[in-house]
Design a protein around this ligand. Sequence first.
Ligand code: FAD
Length: 469
Amino acid sequence: MSDSFDIIVIGGGTAGYPAAIRASQLGMSVACIERRPTLGGTCLNVGCIPSKALLHSTEIFAEVSEGLEEHGIGIGGVALNLRQMIGRKDEVVDGLTKGVEHLLKKNTVEWVKGSARFEASDRLAIDLVEGGTRTLTASKGILVATGSDVARLPGIDIDEERIVSNTGALSLNKVPEHLVVIGGGYIGLELGCVWRRLGAKVTVIEFLENIVPSMDREIARHLLKLLKQQGLDFRFETKVTGVEKRDADLLISVEPAKGGATETLDADVVLVAVGRKPYTEGLGLDRMGITLDPKGRIPVELGFKTAVSGIYAIGDVIAGPMLAHKTTLDGVRCVEGIAGRYPGVDYNTVPAVIYTSPEVASVGKTEEELKAAGIDYKSGTFPFLANSRARCNGDTRGLTKLLADAKTDRLLGAHIIGPDAGTMIHEAVLAMEYGGTTEDIALTTHAHPTLPESLKEAALVLLGQGMHI
Ligand code: FAD
């Protein structure tokens, strides 16, 4: 077993493991250091994958519970087997994390199980999970892909049983009576929906005046309306100042964000979902001469180079959207850069999806961002109410909205709230990658009847040629 590699990647998440695989494909010898018992990082273990498995199961539960009589389908009593539902989610996670392990083996990447810390810019000491220390050196670069951790609130201790982060919220052993979600971002909304669908009363407490501040406001208004219809309660401009444990109950103290009288709420479970913070603990970056930015991120320049030659950083630990596919983009481009290719990335074409029901998907600029930047734009929207496939499916919630440069017609942003929005957004992503216009989308023949016809129709509306509205 060699201790010298071309590339060493610290972290086996969605930034680290694809970087390791790509480096190996490019002919480099690679080690990937990961201390968790399974690969895949946050996304596969406690993020994207388990949350989507539960969102899918609970969506089926909600649909069947609400009844399918409209379709002429009668169903008897609907029962919840939460243990089975959580078990299924665990199986999905297990299958995928094992799959990553297989992929590393297939690509001759050595998984070194332990915690890495820097000894020099090309040398790491690994405190091995099995005990002992191993020293590894890298001749072409060390990639820091240590990801992010839950952002915590002062005085609120997460125990992962009653006061939970995403990790605990994905494995509760009973449906809470009242779940208080602190934070109206995508993690809080998705997990709030999971437990609401299974019967919990859910209250989302948000410091700001809106859910998901980065979302196009028109779309956010629609989402909020639909989530309220699904029974989620919201308290905006409200600050949680403490959570006290009282026997079976939790007493949550809240006050207006701008200051004012304190109130208390009762709940049996509190989910802390106020965001994520970059994770670099124990690496010894300061000793290496790397200073974090005020948000705790590792500053990088083109090619993901840090201030120290030979050390690179990718994924949630650097700036940019904290999304799995963005972290993979970083990882792949970084090692391609090391191999002599162009390592540039364009985060403007990284899509974002919120897997509520209906889904919300976006790429590019929001209307608010275009206004703030003083860009002259045109907008075209098309509601799913006017889309024939949505009518056939009996789900006409939401709309498609396209934003284009007023002079050149170049697509600047796309925002979809509606059934399968996360799948449909990729047409707009591709159009933006190619520098496409809304006329390109309008001239593209879309199969009928399909949901993506809403993109073509929104483009036609924007061009003043709307046909079905
Ligand atoms: P991580 O996945 O955090 O991986 C870093 C790894 O490094 C960890 O496994 C850690 O154990 C390891 N590590 C850290 N320090 C060391 C060390 N010193 N030595 C060895 N190993 C170390 N994104 C999406 O795109 N779509 C979604 O649907 C989505 N859903 C999400 C749902 C939830 C509930 C959460 C929490 C996140 C979600 N995300 C989603 C975000 C996504 O999970 C992250 O953007 C992504 O996992 C970050 O990848 P990463 O590789 O940068 O870091």
